[in-house]
Design a protein. Structure first.
Length: 463
């Protein structure tokens, strides 16, 4: 058994989000058995260049510093398992980061972009150094996913302390040497990322695991504006995340401080680094019931029979409502129910998506959550021939997908738009939009095979 050593990005929801249309069936029973329309080979014969996102535009968190202090403490002094962390640990002094040889071509550009953001937004003194030049504080190693998951099943990627290589991790995986709760100062940390997945998935792993290598180790389902959340809606570090990391490396804090000592220092730190925060006191943050987490993991995680998933999602909805959770946790429960009801009960699916959308529109208006829901609703609209509605929904979702740097979502939205335009007879415009979808899809899905499968999947929705 592996010691409780790592902060893990769960593979189950990664796959779940990126394959969210796999079970999408037309609302009319008469369309269920329609044959899939294969993508014409010429569509993928000459691929357009891979698109890249522009300068990031993160939003500052729109809540009081007192609430942010509460979030900081819960993220920093608790493991995801619920084990308490007695003292703050971080790197002291400049931080070096390196990548082992053989990484995919997109890793270094994406890492350099992340480092630039960490330096500018979080004010962390961090730089990339060539591999082997000198021992780095953070070492990123890429390897096949199957090899990773033989040791840590279902993990998309993970981070461990006190080692600098996969071989070192493998030798010590059953010891307490990699137990985060025993750290006082971080010196060497290893991040393990698969090298045989889409560039976007690699980039998402870089953001979450490097952030946890540097700072908080916990994930909180109640945080709608953070990558420190196992719902995985946010793909890249948000304004909230950068603010938390900036506070984490403030000069007023140091490794070894207790929770009480950090709590006493945070008000002055946050007032200084986040002066535009709205006034207000911290409200009592409701704990996430373990029964709700179990229901969500049963609904979306590996090892659950397909027939049992919708019932588990419905149970998550009920637990959230009974527990008085009216935030993103209830919305996520509805989202899971909507996704898992697609094939068997389209009306329940639509109702669940709309219920989730109502909540997300309140807590994160116009955000990435609503964009995912609009994508699902646009697929429904496409499947019933409501092409104008599909265009409206995809158009509403694209700004958030772009701002959230989610190329897979953006590519899927463009594919739906192309089908809708074809349905309206606007063939030349549809072809251009489809080419745009491929440019984003090269980053979001990776291989031509994955892109072709997604194009065929979307095309099969059109009656």
């Amino acid at each position: 058994m592996i010691a409780p050593v790592s902060a893990i990005r769960a593979y189950w929801f990664f796959a779940f989000v990126l394959l969210a249309l796999a079970g999408c069936m037309p609302a009319s029973p008469g369309l269920r058995d329609v044959a899939n329309r294969a993508v014409a080979p010429e569509t993928l014969r000459v691929m357009p260049p891979m698109n890249q996102f522009g300068a990031p535009r993160p939003f500052a968190p729109a809540r009081a510093n007192a609430e942010l202090a509460q979030d900081f403490l819960e993220l920093s002094f608790m493991m995801e398992s619920g084990r308490p962390i007695a003292q703050l640990s971080r790197f002291e002094g400049p931080v070096s980061i390196t990548v082992t040889p053989g990484a995919p071509a997109t890793v270094l550009p994406d890492l350099d972009r992340l480092i630039a953001r960490l330096r500018q937004e979080a004010r962390i003194d961090i730089r990339r150094i060539p591999y082997g030049e000198t021992p780095a504080n953070i070492t990123i190693e890429t390897l096949p996913r199957a090899r990773m998951q033989r040791v840590v099943p279902h993990a998309a990627c993970f981070v461990v302390p006190r080692v600098s290589s996969w071989s070192e991790f493998h030798r010590n995986r059953n010891s307490r040497i990699m137990d985060w709760t025993t750290l006082e100062t971080r010196e060497h940390v290893a991040v393990f990322i698969p090298n045989d997945v889409a560039p976007q998935e690699i980039r998402d792993c870089l953001h979450e695991e490097v952030a946890q290598a540097l700072g908080p180790l916990n994930d909180l389902y109640r945080l709608a504006d953070s990558v420190f959340n196992d719902d995985n809606f946010n793909a890249v570090l948000t304004g909230f995340d950068m603010l938390i990391l900036r506070a984490y490396y403030d000069a007023e804090l140091r490794s070894g401080m207790t929770r009480a000592e950090v709590a006493a220092a945070l008000p002055a730190i946050l007032a200084r680094i986040n002066p535009s925060a709205p006034p207000g006191a911290a409200s009592a943050a409701s704990a996430t019931p373990r029964a709700w987490i179990t229901a969500i993991e049963t609904a979306l995680g590996p090892g659950t029979r397909e027939a049992a998933r919708p019932a588990a999602a419905a149970r998550a909805v009920e637990i959230a409502r009974q527990s008085g959770l009216s935030d993103g946790r209830l919305a996520f429960s509805y989202f899971a129910l909507g996704r898992l009801s697609l094939g068997d009960d389209p009306q329940q699916s639509i109702n669940a998506f709309l219920a989730a959308r109502d909540i997300y529109d309140t807590i994160a208006p116009g955000g990435i959550h609503a964009a995912h829901i609009d994508m699902q609703l646009a697929a429904f609209a496409l499947s019933t021939g409501r092409f104008d509605e599909a265009l409206r929904l995809t158009g509403a979702a694209m700004p958030a997908a772009t701002l959230g740097e989610n190329a897979a979502l953006l590519s899927t939205l463009l594919m739906i738009r192309a089908e809708a335009l074809d349905g309206l007879g606007r063939t030349s415009q549809a072809q251009q939009v489809r080419l745009d979808s491929l440019s984003w899809g090269r980053y979001g899905f990776g291989t031509n095979a994955e892109l072709g499968a997604r194009l065929t999947e979307i095309a099969s929705l059109t009656p």
